[in-house]
Design a protein around this ligand. Structure first.
Ligand code: PLP
Length: 386
């Protein structure tokens, strides 16, 4: 027993991290575990950071973030979604999307409040809910092609439900909701008083259809927090810049949490972020094109291996079903690493509803991906024949 905070003590180290650590013990591993673009941060963004240092922009900024950056956030996402958030009152600059999720949950939840999360899900959500004293209610989407259906949402909502966390495109499955699908979920939520946290961190990496922001649903605007950031769209994971776009009433609460937890995001990163949004509108196009090609390569390869797959529509993940090989996701990932020197993430890292699947990241050079898929193919053949 511990005399320390029980909510913290109950939190496990992420299954992704555990596996990534294990990988370092092997030589010659092709890692398909990476959760970030393999492209470097664009040069014009790096130059803007250097310039910010040279010019002495190294002090605290406003808690909410540089006014010029908030203005740029408003314009950038407003142009994409068609919904404009006020730079003064409705936008916060956070320390990555993780921090944006944290301040949203902490501002919204009271002890015992339930948070509905379609699963398999990004492993960051559950610990943040618990730290905010909420309770997670996962909804199994493994049987509904990894998308929450209106019927499932309706059933999951109880009098204790405070928030639904929706993501599109989804980590770890790569699926993305269509506008009609989101609209059907919004129609159900409109009849409740449940809030929506819409994690749109992969919005720029959606391949086939235009991304739909949950902000589009006007009836829910007062109860929606959009989570955004530059980690994926501009390959800036280490710069730690995220955003919340939410109504004033909520933003005024979230900024209190932000103020007393971090004061503000890094001033240097904020200047770089301003350049990313003002001068780097097309930065994600090259990644999107590359990852769409990589996606096609993965879909074809897994099809030939007879591993069932829901075709990813965005991000840079595929989540094949490994149940035909009759082993757990942990055993599969361990054996693949041991016997074929390819690293993937076991599906149970994304809640119990990810069991029977593995996450394969294709955020890498096509040659590396091809080599990894070849090794995977050899391994699958070997499993079938033994
Ligand atoms: N949300 C999802 C779905 C993610 O996959 C990630 C990172 O992998 C995050 C949020 C966190 O993003 P950031 O690095 O900006 O904190």
């Amino acid at each position: 027993m511990t005399d320390l905070n029980k909510a913290v003590a109950s939190i496990q180290i992420s299954g992704i991290r555990k596996f990534a650590d294990l990988v370092t013990q092997y030589n010659d591993v092709l890692s398909l575990t990476i959760g970030q673009p393999h492209f470097p941060t664009p040069k014009h963004i790096k130059d803007a950071a250097i310039q910010a240092i040279t010019e002495g922009h190294t002090s605290y900024t406003s808690n909410r973030g540089l006014p010029s950056l908030r203005q740029a956030v408003s314009a950038y996402y407003g142009a994409k979604s068609g919904v404009v958030y006020d730079a003064q009152t409705e936008i916060l600059v956070t320390v990555g999307a993780t921090h944006a999720l944290d301040i949203s949950l902490r501002a919204l939840l009271a002890p015992g409040d339930e948070v509905v999360i379609p699963a398999p899900a990004y492993p960051g959500y559950e610990p943040l809910v618990r730290l905010a004293q909420g309770t997670v209610r996962y909804v199994d989407t493994a049987t509904t092609r990894f998308k929450l259906t209106p019927a499932q949402l309706q059933t999951a909502i109880t009098p204790r439900t405070k928030v639904v966390v929706l993501a599109s495109p989804v980590n770890p499955t790569g699926v993305a909701y269509t506008k009609d699908e989101l609209s059907a979920l919004a129609a159900i939520l409109a009849k409740t008083d449940v809030y929506v946290i819409s994690d749109e961190i992969y919005s720029e990496l959606q391949f086939d259809e235009q991304h739909t922001s949950f902000a589009t649903f006007a009836a829910l605007r007062e109860r929606t927090v959009v989570i955004q950031g530059l980690s994926k769209s501009h390959s800036m994971t280490g710069w730690r810049i995220g955003f919340t776009l939410a109504p004033k009433k909520l933003t005024d609460e979230m900024v209190k949490v932000l103020q007393y937890s971090v004061s503000c995001a890094s001033s240097i990163s904020q200047h770089a972020a301003l350049e990313a949004l003002v001068g780097g509108g097309d930065d994600s196009a090259i990644m999107r094109a590359q990852y769409a090609q990589n996606r096609d390569m993965v879909v074809e390869a897994l099809d030939q291996m007879n591993l069932p797959l829901v075709k990813p529509a965005g991000a840079f993940y595929a989540f094949p079903d490994i149940r035909p090989l009759q082993m757990t996701s942990q055993t599969f990932a361990m054996r693949l690493l041991d016997e074929a020197r390819v690293a993937v993430v076991p599906g149970d890292a994304f809640s119990e509803y990810g069991e029977g699947f593995v996450r394969l990241s294709y955020a890498c050079e096509p040659v590396l991906l091809q080599a990894g898929l070849q090794r995977l193919d050899d391994f699958v053949k070997k499993c079938h024949s033994s």
